[in-house]
Design a protein around this ligand. Sequence first.
Ligand SMILES: [Zn+2]
Ligand SMILES: [Zn+2]
Length: 773
Amino acid sequence: MKRLLSNRLVRFASVTAIALIAVALVLDRWVCPLPTEKLSRPPAHFVYSRDGRLLNSFASSDFYWRKPVRLDHISPHLIQCVLASEDRWFRWHPGVNPVSLIKAAIDNARAGEVVRGGSTMTMQIARMIEPKERTVFGKLIEMLRAFQLEWHYSKNELLRIYFNLVPYGGNIEGIGAATHFYFDKEPSQLSWSEAAILTAIPASPNVFRPDLHPKACRKRRDLVLTNLHRLGLLNDSDYRDAEAEEIPVRRLDRPFCAPHLSQTALAVRPNETELHTTIDYNLQRLCERLAANYHGRLQPLGINNLAVVVIDNRSGDLLAMVGSPDFNDTEHHGQIHGALAARSPGSTLKPFVYALGFESGVITPSSRLDDIPVSYAGYAPKNYDEKYHGVVPSAEALIQSFNVPAVNLTARVGLKEFYDLLKAGGLGSLNRKYYQYGLPLVLGACEVTLLDLANLYAALARGGEYRAVREFVDDTLPTGYRLLSTESCYLVSEILANLQRPDLPTSWEFTRDLPTVAWKTGTSYGRKDAWTIGYNPRYTIGVWTGNFSGEGSAYVVGAETAAPLMFEIFNTLTRNQEPTWYDRPPRVRLRDVCTVSGMPPGEYCQSTRQDVYIEGVSSVAVCDVHRGLFVDHHTGYQLCRACLRGKTVDTVVFEQWPARLTAWLIGQNAATSLPEHNPDCRGIIADDAPVIASPEAEAVYELRRGAPREYQKILLKASVSHESKKVHWFLDNELFATCRAGDGVFYLPEPGRHEVMALDDLGRSTTVRFEVR
Ligand SMILES: [Zn+2]
Ligand SMILES: [Zn+2]
């Protein structure tokens, strides 16, 4: 009988238990599931420098300061403090503590009002995620939620949730933001007094905020400390020390450093609370200060914006970046990030075509480049000073930033090769095809950002190795790749470090204490953008000045408006550092070259000078400008092998430039005419055929619809050697015109493919093909 009863009891109990569990499951799963999404709220964002200093901060999307922390990053002092004050039996109760509930009920009944809640920390979490009226029903829901929370989470998880949700006054939520704003500390490093303050505030954040009500805060803190002492958790001396500690009376100010960089960092990593950038705090501050000062000097000139970038060449780390001189200057669009705005780079791309020229062996620093009128399928580049300089050493052409030699060199090394180099060097804003840019690309007929451009120069500074810029310290160091040879970078750097140059800012002309820096300036068309990029082995510094509005200013000149700031930053940055420069790579060697042609001297060259070259790469062709010619001793006529016999012959040295240059040089009185060829000679000199300057080989002429063809004539022009006086033009195998050497004739274009031949009066000819559409 007894056994039957106990059997029934057991059965009844188990059925009831199963039923209860089923009800609980149904409630938990379907009727009132836990709003878990409310347990973690959107965080605020804190942007740090590489040395761990706060640069800038952004509140969460719902305008709260939250900085989520892990439990093991919270000071044990604080955990002890909060448990002792709020919920001593937290580790043991199932979410609700009946003893404290009953105690609270008795106290409240005695007082006639609600003086205590008797809530556990789990119930407080429930209230924080679903604020309710303080009624009996509200309390019941809270208790239900507390059971649910305990069911879903461990005690440690609940502690972490609690510390990240608890309010600390104003829009500060959670222990991470609270320790930051009240103590400028990490939550792991709290003193007993600080732990007690942080225990005190949440009881009534607006009453106990230390920055607003320090007295009330102190009183409440002391209460917490006394309680800890009474419970034996705090020894006498710690208790005395804690009570003696001051109450912080200010919330930490929010720094406002590197605002543009901070915004873009956040845009890249929108879900991270702590963003650790590669910015060097002191250098960033320095650049911001110098930029603001310098801005004051630019504004009277109608220049309202500037941007600065500093890159560490060794690591590729971005060390400083100024997006505009004043972020809060709304009148001049101060929020625009000038270092990331795509603008026309002016002459700043030129060094890279020279680097290509050096490493392909086409030129050395002394090699002559043409600087005479030239036309590439209708495109006729001009120099800044509207003058031509004949033949110019390439180092000189780069320093003087002449346009025509740079365009000619680009045509020689290959536009596509140049474009590919720029793309591989990280100029991501070049989003058109190379032929859409054409040769003007080298003169800056494109758009680049200051950051990309400076980083391209950093590759030069690194001896040719390209590396993407690193902006976050926790990103792995990007692997680099070779963009240019060390030798050609060395040659370019040596040229760009030359002080004898026109783009030295006027204000620096007499300064001797310039650091050794390779630098290049650039000014865009319409004087809208002025650039200067400078580097040494350690740093690359880029400066852009101009107006975000796109307005030009007569004063916008790279050398005058951008270079001084670049030098100021470089000087300040390297003031206490050992000067550093590049060692000459072993394959860069010295050799004598002809003073006139810059080529290794031949048998007729008159004088030589030293030049650097790349062993095994640079051209070793000897000077072909200085030539010994046979001249008839009596008549002064030039003699060729065919008419040499039986004459008294003198060998005279002449400068003989290639045919394409001769006419122009003679026109400028920059070259002397060679003696006329013996008129009685029947032989033909085989070399030095005419060079057709226009039309260019394989040129395509697009006829403009609607415009009369008379205005679209095509010029036929050729350079011929000295001996030749006339040029005969054959168009599609028929004689079209005859003109004097040096003159041109015009052709009225007919659609179709054509072949044009220039024939000189010594019977030498050259043919090119072109097309009219
Ligand atoms: Zn020579
Ligand atoms: Zn002859």
